[in-house]
Design a protein around this ligand. Sequence first.
Ligand SMILES: Nc1ncnc2c1ncn2[C@@H]1O[C@H](COP(=O)(O)OP(=O)(O)OP(=O)(O)O)[C@@H](O)[C@H]1O
Ligand SMILES: [Mg+2]
Length: 521
Amino acid sequence: MKTFAEFGLEPKVLQAITELGFEESTPIQDKAIPIALTGKDLIGQAQTGTGKTAAFGIPLINKIPVHEERIVALIMTPTRELAIQVSEEIGKLTRYKGLRSLPIYGGQEIGRQIRALKKKPQIIIGTPGRLLDHINRKTIRLEDVQTVVLDEADEMLDMGFMEDIQNILKQVPEERQTMLFSATMPANIQRLAQQFLKEPEHVSVIPKQVTAPSIEQAYIEVHERQKFEALSRLLDMESPELAIIFGRTKRRVDELSEALQKRGYSADGLHGDLSQNQRDTVMRKFRDGSIDVLVATDVAARGLDVTGVTHVINFDLPQDPESYVHRIGRTGRAGKEGKAWTFVTPREMDHLRFIERITRQRMVRKPLPSLSDAIEGKQRITAERVIDIVENGEFSEYKGLAIQLLEQYDSVQMLAAALKLLTGDKKEISIELTPEEPLRAKKRRPDIRSSGRPFTRDRGGSSYRGGSSSGGSRDRRSSSYKGGEGSKDGSRSYGKRSSEGRSYDSRSERRPRPNFSSSKE
Ligand SMILES: Nc1ncnc2c1ncn2[C@@H]1O[C@H](COP(=O)(O)OP(=O)(O)OP(=O)(O)O)[C@@H](O)[C@H]1O
Ligand SMILES: [Mg+2]
């Protein structure tokens, strides 16, 4: 690993990096930054949470002159949340240099974006649909762009953005640097690269397995009808600090987040049918910890970086191995540890095995948490909270009352009653979720690296994958259970999503057809 000073960056860029607390470069940064600084085209692949954003962000910022008044850099992301997040990270990196960056995404009032564009940002971070809108209105001109980054390029293809990306890139001069980044690189990415990149350098840091080694992976076999109880016990047993629960469809996410709230968890849902305001509010609450369970469709699977996510729970099995890799990659980021739990119904075991085969990573089988596991987990958290106050808190004003009470009552009884009160009774409201159909095992070839599927497949109007589900939890704190190990051996080639035609959510984010109207992403 290098220090950032060794890349020969401008002092103001270095200063911002130092302020972010980055001491050494990550492996992908190590390899990609020197190449990107030369201006070459680049395809970068590295595990989730390993700093790909800064790997393209730092060289991009380094080369833009401060007095530039034109849009000279364009970053495209598949989702709105990701555009906002990348824009924030770029903002932090340009803090001392003083460049202007702007996120441009669907669902936000266009007038507001037009006003912000008048401040002459040099860097635009956008989702393809809304970008095209602006291009068509001539409120964004890309004729001076020198650097283009496609973050999560494979996902953008899957979402049906190929044509939009082509149309956007037509507006950008041929003479430019193009970079493409993702944790997964399915075969169709090669075609995109051939079309848009010039003699790209491939920078891949996937040592053994494509899933990050810091994530413990486990699965629980559970019948569809038992899933909610299993989830609720799992949350009690594990007490995640922050958890993301993925469900297959929007309906699933809605039902599940509501159910969790009824049970007293601090949860909320995120999917593509919510208004942008609702989406922003949910993300803000999750980032600042005012909710600790985010229930989401795959719209939250890619790229999102929220500090403190200790658990990812796949309430519904993801449609394909790529989705699995990205979903669980929301935890175990930047060298931290994380746990990924996957629920699988007996009929879906084949599909789980398929995911394991493609990711070359075993998930450890765990039993359904028992009621006593759940109770124990909750009590442990209460005890930890009390101990924390005893050790670090200020509670002298309660001592007089404590002495009085202990004169009348036994201390064990007294403390047990207080713990009971603090732990709170579980609201035993019975919950019925609409069952989801089991996923059928795919008959895909495990390795389709060279299969060269036509892009049209992604746009053909078949709706992919699904969407939604749930999540939830409450007491923040990470627990100390010893979980599964997961196993070795990685791979990087993935199957693509299959096109079985259910209408799923996160992919509602997908645009089935080119549509210039506005901003579906
Ligand atoms: N050199 C570094 N040292 C410490 N932390 C870093 C470094 N580079 C990036 N990070 C932090 O690591 C976290 C993950 O980075 P980032 O979101 O760029 O990952 P990613 O590789 O793009 O993951 P994904 O595949 O999920 O999109 C961020 O919080 C980022 O600030
Ligand atoms: Mg990323």
